[in-house]
Design a protein around this ligand. Sequence first.
Ligand code: SF4
Length: 327
Amino acid sequence: MNAFAHTICQWYAAYGRGLPWRHTRDPYAVWLSEIILQQTRIAQGTAYWHRFMDRFPTVDALAAATEDEVLRLWEGLGYYSRARNLHAAARQIVAGGAFPDTLEGIRSLKGVGDYTAAAIGSICFGVDAAVVDGNVYRVLSRHFGIATPVGTSAAKREFTALAESLLPKGEAAAFNQGMMDFGALQCTPLSPACMDCPLQGSCNAFATGRTTLLPVKKTAAKPLERRLSYVYIRCQGETPIRRRGEGDIWQGLWEPYVLEEETPAFPGMRPLKSVRHQLTHRTLLADFYLLETPERPQLPEGYRWIKETELDHYAKPRLFELLLEAL
Ligand code: SF4
């Protein structure tokens, strides 16, 4: 066994948390704990785990329950999709005849991702698969001095490969649980207990004074702001619209007269409303105007004059609809 894994396993034997589902290798009990703990703190999760184990001691009992019963018992934990998936997966397991014992089989259960599959597989069936969660990222990034921003797919690949390479064959359960607990109790996010850490001598972050700098978090890109001015031009019952070109988020949709990062200057134009429209990677700040005019103004190429009553026949982006509502 490599020195790192040896230290983690030894530490786990001495200081690992004696959580109730750690006293069993029953995959049902372990799976239940993993699903509950996905978005819940240990103390609260433990109470719910007991509740579920009392009410539904086996996967058959859970599968036989109605969804309503399961949701009621879950009440207070939030993220109810977890409860629905739990119930659906219980029925999947019963239909399959037994709890799946391979990574692929476990991964195919509703609501089970890579992390949960590796945890159940290693703890209950001795599968040599490494778990990689926030605790594992932190411990590995500090100990090995890895500055790849976590939360990226590159980091997932890198940290998973590293954890797999460190995982001692046949000892996956102790190593994985050791990593989780070590991250939760020793190498904590804000104040790692470096002074009495058994990995201190080989820890890169400690040696280089970077314990507070690692792991590197991916900074969420600030959404870009784009300012648009929409002018609804009304001229004798007609209005000009134009189709958005290729390579555009609104490709193929029709829009009224629009200026970007510029304020239109038509005499007699009236401001209607300003709206903020959030897209995934940008914020659109749109000002709506109305221009009622007896004569068609000069417009750039590409605009087509149509009857206002025909606007319904044209596919429009959300902002154009908002403009029409504002009219
Ligand atoms: S020395 Fe500090 S930073 Fe390094 S592994 Fe131990 S607790 Fe974490």
